[in-house]
Design a protein. Structure first.
Length: 146
């Protein structure tokens, strides 16, 4: 009976560690995406900004989906990205391992930005660069457990 309890305790510990690694990895990727996301700077534009323009709509539109990609746009601004990152972080379930996580931006200009349209702030895109660092984020999360 003691052996069975030891195995169960070990399984719970491993599962808890997996949850921590997945959570930390999703947060690191979201933070990277947020930091790389350009914030509208009318001084860099070829045409004047519309009246009342406030930058930060692109950052505010990063959304977390758990096992399903979010749809639609968010009618907010978040130039610094802190509020959006907090929303993403709190959306990660406690039992994170085993889920599929989506970080999406449904604005119509998200794809052009990913393909270099923001020549001054994100000439190489946002998501693709973060994806190339995926392994690093996992390794960092594992190192934090040790």
């Amino acid at each position: 009976m003691s052996f069975e309890l030891d195995i169960n305790a070990f399984c719970e510990k491993v599962k808890g560690n997996a949850d921590k690694v997945v959570r930390a990895t999703v947060i690191s990727m979201a933070r990277s995406i947020m930091e790389r996301s350009p914030v509208g700077n009318p001084s860099l534009w070829m045409h004047p900004a519309p009246p009342g323009y406030v930058g930060g709509t692109f950052r505010a539109n990063w959304q977390l989906g758990v096992n399903e990609a979010p749809k639609g746009e968010i009618q907010e601004t978040d130039a610094g990205g802190e509020r959006t990152l907090r929303k993403i972080t709190t959306g990660i379930p406690k039992e994170a391992a085993g889920n599929i996580f989506y970080l999406v931006n449904n604005l119509p200009y998200a794809w052009p930005i990913e393909n270099g349209h923001s020549t001054k702030q994100a000439p190489k895109g946002v998501v693709g660069l973060t994806v190339t660092e995926f392994r690093t984020y996992i390794e960092q999360a594992l190192a934090e457990l040790r």
